[in-house]
Unconditional design. Structure first.
Length: 328
């Protein structure tokens, strides 16, 4: 083989080798980018906030929700694996204001480990519990009420703030897509507010009295003009228990207000109905609501929008009519 030909052959081989190396580098870079994109993770404590976050984030990042459907946010706990997930997240979204009582220490640990966290309840102008005279728990008067999601306007604010925190702290997110998701969800929440206003407008003013299993609908009452007469459990948490004197006080308040409809979490309406029948000695209608947890699919409240529409319909039907003919 002539020298010029051998030189051309070596150059061709070098070019093929260089092309192969460039292809390997490009593949490695793509894999690294893909890997970092797949690893972008948001961890959310409660399933209500989890749904709101997923509506905003869409497919831009993985969203892990710690609280299972039909669970109690006041009492659910974490496994060791779930606790570890918090410290591997890019962003932790949590309700705060004392709601997730068994989980907040893990959120604190993640924050101390350098994970970005967002306490939603603190950021949406929280209300405080009132006094026993206006339906609030006396022992918790002045403390922040964590149940902000019963006011859809505050959820609109929360959704926008979640989008802001995701944009700031989660790498690889398409901000344009994120903002489009947030805008679409904001429209749906505005429609929810309009639906609730129209529905509650059908309830006469003298029947806008709420009795619940515990103090969870203060934001809804404040937003839509209801009076909270009292709660079977006179507390902002389900971990408390009613005493005989608590129940006597509640029954007196119900008698004075002419209330015979009580709204209870869907997980325990039967037990509540029996307690109230014993104390009131008369007819009581117990209406089931989804108050602090979403359900599994096809169980009535798998999303926040479904939950609030179902609750609005149940409350309107339960209060728009007079005293029930029978009991549950």
């Amino acid at each position: 083989m002539r020298a010029p030909q051998r030189a051309r052959t070596r150059v061709a081989r070098l070019r093929r080798l260089l092309a192969g190396l460039l292809a390997l580098v490009a593949a490695a870079t793509a894999t690294a980018c893909s890997g970092s994109r797949e690893e972008a993770r948001i961890v959310v404590t409660t399933n209500i906030l989890g749904d709101i976050t997923r509506q905003v984030v869409g497919d831009q990042a993985e969203v892990t929700v710690l609280m299972k459907p039909n669970a109690d946010p006041h009492s659910f706990g974490l496994s060791a694996v779930q606790a570890a997930e918090l410290e591997r997240a890019d962003l932790v979204v949590f309700n705060g204001l004392g709601l997730e009582e068994n989980v907040l220490r893990h959120v604190d640990a993640a924050r101390e480990a350098g994970v970005a966290t967002f306490e939603v309840g603190e950021a949406v102008d929280p209300l405080t519990f009132g006094t026993g005279e206006d339906g609030g728990p006396e022992d918790e008067a002045g403390q922040p009420d964590p149940h902000f999601w019963t006011d859809p306007d505050r959820v609109r604010k929360a959704a926008g703030l979640i989008a802001d925190h995701v944009s700031e702290h989660v790498q690889g997110v398409d901000d344009k897509a994120l903002r489009a998701n947030a805008a679409r969800y904001d429209e749906q929440l505005a429609e929810l507010t309009a639906f609730m206003e129209k529905s509650f407008g059908e309830i006469p003013e003298d029947r806008r009295n709420l009795v619940t299993n515990h103090h969870v609908f203060g934001y809804l009452a404040d937003r839509f003009g209801f009076r909270v007469v009292g709660a079977v459990i006179p507390s902002g948490t389900t971990l408390a228990s009613p005493s005989s004197s608590d129940l006597r006080s509640l029954t007196r308040a119900m008698d004075q207000a002419g209330v015979r409809t009580v709204f209870a979490d869907s997980s325990q309406p039967g037990r509540l109905a029996e307690v109230l029948r014993t104390e009131l000695g008369g007819q009581v209608q117990v209406v089931e609501l989804y108050s602090e947890s979403l359900t599994a699919e096809n169980e009535g409240a798998a999303t926040y929008l479904q939950m609030m529409r179902a609750n609005t319909t149940a409350m309107t039907d339960g209060l728009a009519v007079g005293s029930p003919e029978g009991t549950q």
